[in-house]
Write a protein that binds this ligand. Structure first.
Ligand code: ADP
Ligand code: MG
Length: 434
């Protein structure tokens, strides 16, 4: 199967070959034809399988087929859950439409709205937006969706996760009833089907990979290690492997900052990306990482959602996520579009339950290794630690009978204390980004 045989225009084929794609991915092969035929489409495929081009290419084809008007109303709206995703989808739209006479713009919150409003006033065919800023500008009368012909809901599952259902409903009310609807999602839950039912009109349903699986191109590995030795181990792994581009996940924003600072001190250029960072700082960190200036990007789960970092070879879980599905999303950042990738998890005793849950979800037993000098602490408690509790320096030792006994200085002594207080607490998903 080739892009030619999908019936895309010459101008698009030129942009595709400039991008270096030789053949459509499975989801593109399945989704593009029905979109070109004007059907509503519900498409699901794993993260990293090329869904963006799956809707963008046929959308551009359809818009460019119609004669363009002098006054440009917004003819296509692409909604995405996060700012980073919006920026990425927009970059893709720009690349694919290079040889077409179509204008596009992106709007998202966290930055000044004036330039965004000005661009829209000049007329755009395609608008990429996050729900909040879109509704904001619409309420101020700065944009109209009355002429939208094609509506795309990208990363629909994330949209629901992040609580955008209400906003989506509002957006839909402000568009004409007669329009083509496309919904793309990494997973295919009951909630997604329900949402699709409300938005799509007799949709063609396409699916390329089952949910909750991890691609074979990713080799997964666990290093058992004492909690206090994790930073040392991660620095050793990156240095020994001479890894140039590493994405590291931490459970908390504080943890992300701390780790990135320690890496910097060890001579490994690092940047943290999380919900407390300004939009400017996040964009800068991401572009530095993409360009290779920043070697390690330390991210929390929500900040990393949907980030498109092409051909990322290494993902490291500094801590395992307490929500198993997040593991699948995290390691989906490597092995993208058929490239090989490696996903490494540093697991301390208190994360044993998380590891078991993850293995159950992905139906795989992960191979375990131990690095000499970074052995796990045999006395450490296996009781899960609540997110944000890894700040042992801040909590004084509680009783004198519990004097520091771990000569290696791993900090596990204080962890044992806190573990006891935590038995009744269930691990919770953090509320970052909500
Ligand atoms: P998804 O939305 O499914 O998570 P993306 O659309 O972000 O995935 O695409 C993931 C990566 O695959 C991007 O880097 C993109 O440039 C690349 N890609 C998309 N389509 C193709 C293709 N046909 N051939 C090669 N690479 C592709
Ligand atoms: Mg996507």
């Amino acid at each position: 199967m080739s892009f030619q045989s999908l019936g895309l225009s010459e101008a698009l084929l030129k942009a595709i070959s400039k991008k270096g794609y030789t053949k459509p991915s499975p989801i593109q092969e399945k989704a593009i034809p029905p979109v070109l035929e004007g059907y509503d489409v519900l498409a699901s495929a794993q993260t990293g399988t090329g869904k963006t081009a799956g809707f963008t290419l046929p959308l551009l084809h359809l818009l460019s087929e119609n004669p363009k008007e002098k006054y440009k109303p917004i003819r296509a709206l692409i909604l995405t859950p996060t700012r980073e995703l919006a920026a990425q989808v927009y970059a893709n739209v720009r690349e694919y439409s290079e040889f077409l006479n179509l204008r596009s713009a992106v709007i998202f919150g966290g930055v000044n709205q004036k330039p965004q409003a000005a661009t829209i006033r000049q007329g755009v065919d395609i608008l990429v937006a996050t729900p909040g800023r879109l509704l904001d500008l619409q309420n101020q009368g700065l944009l109209s969706l009355k002429r939208v012909e094609i509506f795309v809901l990208d990363e629909a599952d994330r949209m629901l996760d992040m609580g955008f259902l209400r906003d989506i409903e509002k957006v839909i009310k402000s568009m004409p009833e007669k329009r083509q609807n496309l919904m793309f999602s990494a997973t295919f839950s009951k909630e997604i089907k329900k949402l699709a039912h409300g938005i799509l009109n007799q949709p063609v349903q396409v699916e390329a990979t089952p949910e909750n699986t991890t691609v074979e191109a990713i080799s997964q590995k666990v290093y058992r290690v004492a909690k206090g030795l994790k930073t040392g181990l991660i620095i050793k792994l990156i240095n020994d492997g001479n890894w140039k581009q590493v994405l590291v996940f931490t459970r908390t924003k504080h943890g992300a900052n701390k780790l990135s600072e320690k890496m910097d001190k060890a001579g490994i250029t690092a940047a943290a990306i999380h919900g407390n960072k300004s939009q400017g700082a996040r964009t800068k960190a991401l572009s530095g990482f993409k360009s290779g200036r920043v070697r390690v990007l330390v991210a929390t789960d929500i900040a990393a959602r949907g980030l498109d970092i092409p051909l990322l070879p290494h993902v490291i879980n500094f801590e395992l996520p307490n929500v198993s599905e997040d593991y699948v999303h995290r390691i989906g950042r490597t092995g993208r579009a058929g490239a090989k990738g490696e996903a490494i998890s540093l697991v301390s005793a208190d994360e044993t339950t998380f590891l078991r849950d993850i293995e159950k979800l992905i139906e795989l037993k992960l191979p375990v290794e131990i690095v000499e000098g970074f052995e796990p602490d045999p006395n450490a408690s296996t009781v899960p630690v609540k997110p944000g509790q890894g700040r042992q320096n801040r909590r004084p030792q509680k009783s004198k009978s519990n004097k520091p006994n771990n000569s290696g200085g791993s900090g596990e002594g204080s962890r044992r204390n806190s573990g006891r207080n935590n038995k009744s607490r269930r691990p919770r998903r953090s509320n970052e980004g909500r």
